[in-house]
Design a protein around this ligand. Structure first.
Ligand code: AHN
Ligand code: ZN
Length: 335
């Protein structure tokens, strides 16, 4: 069956055609560089159901803002844990407290869903799931929490649907997938310092769910659901894990979503991938919606009350989910 769906061919001809007229990628950084592999396995990844991912975003938003210490935090964590248990082989829960930049002790719930636990070749997929307690970029109700459909809900929606797809389609035993839903990312403020963000991930990176945990690489999703989203090549990802970024952007092209993943370098963003790279030593990139403007790198709904369901676009969820399935099934075909 595998043989029928998957066939190997030499890329020499297509590489030659693809590189015709444009070998200088410094001058044309919106087009992919020539592939550095001589062979590329052509993979037909299963289809990603963006309607289902959208419904999962809606379920989270319906709990209200999932801020640390709220009833919504506990209810949403229980829902996500139940969802992960349906589609993963093992689910770990880290129920701890972390110290906020204001000195408060904050309940923090990290969840890890493991698919194919015995595989050595593992892909870590992570996203934060908490909601920012303040709409500090808004003009009104700045002290109220945001619904965080995009900045919190979207990554979980994509990864729950991805796990469901992998479960129903099957994944060769040679590759494992770990899904990490990390809490208390967005309880940060510039004046408290960069380390006031990403508290759940800082904990996980120093206390992984399995001692000595390693993955072949990691991919962080952050704000992957908005209408008109663009995912340029975030700076820390390029420095820490440039080859992974190339791999994912090329997979996006093969999946048919290169318009969402331009080969354009972007700013360094302090995000959950930084502690995963620095503290856990796992090469990890960030897929994050960024503008071309370094003065205003985030979309206009960022940290405002406009981050609600009507900003979410199924075609963005589809582009990200289908790209990740492409990455996963290419990894399993190449091993
Ligand atoms: C800072 O604002 C320093 N980093 C962006 C991390 C973030 C917040 N991602 C989503 N919300
Ligand atoms: Zn945020």
């Amino acid at each position: 069956m595998r043989n029928r769906r998957i066939f190997v061919f030499i890329l020499a001809v297509s590489l030659f055609l693809a590189s015709c007229g444009s070998n200088d990628h410094a001058a044309h950084n919106d087009s992919p560089p020539a592939a550095d592999t001589a062979k590329q396995v052509v993979v037909n990844a299963p289809a990603f159901d963006a309607d289902s991912a959208y419904a999962y975003v809606g379920r989270q938003v319906a709990f209200g803002p999932r801020v640390p210490g709220s009833p919504a935090q506990i209810k949403c964590a229980a829902w996500m844990e139940g969802m992960l248990k349906k589609v993963c082989d093992t689910v770990y829960k880290q129920d701890i407290h972390v110290k906020g930049g204001d000195g408060k002790s904050l309940p923090c719930i990290n969840l890890i869903g493991v698919i194919n636990p015995k595989a050595v070749n593992r892909i870590l997929l992570l996203t934060h799931w908490d909601s920012r307690p303040w709409a500090d970029q808004d003009t009104r109700d700045k002290d109220k929490p945001i619904l965080a459909a995009d900045d919190g809900g979207s990554g979980v929606g994509v990864l729950l649907e991805l796990a469901r797809t992998v479960k129903s389609h099957g994944l060769p035993a040679s590759v494992g997938v770990d899904i990490l839903f990390t809490d208390v990312e967005d309880y940060g403020k510039t004046e408290w310092g960069e380390d006031s963000y990403c508290l759940g991930t800082q904990y996980w990176a120093t206390h992984p769910h399995i001692a000595g945990y390693k993955a072949s690489f990691g991919v962080l999703l952050d704000m992957v659901g908005a209408h008109g989203a663009q995912f340029p090549m975030e700076g820390f990802s390029m420095k820490f894990a440039g080859e992974i970024q190339q791999k994912v952007w090329q997979a996006a092209g093969r999946a048919g979503y290169s318009s969402f993943f331009p080969y354009v370098p972007a700013d360094d963003i302090t995000d959950d991938h930084v502690p995963v790279n620095r503290l856990a030593g796992i090469k990890t990139i960030d897929i994050i919606n960024l503008t071309p403007d370094p003065e205003r790198p985030f979309a206009p709904h960022w940290h405002t009350h406009a981050d609600a369901m009507d900003i979410i676009d199924k075609s963005t969820l589809k582009a990200v989910g289908q790209t990740l399935l492409q990455v996963i099934y290419e990894q399993s075909a190449n091993n």
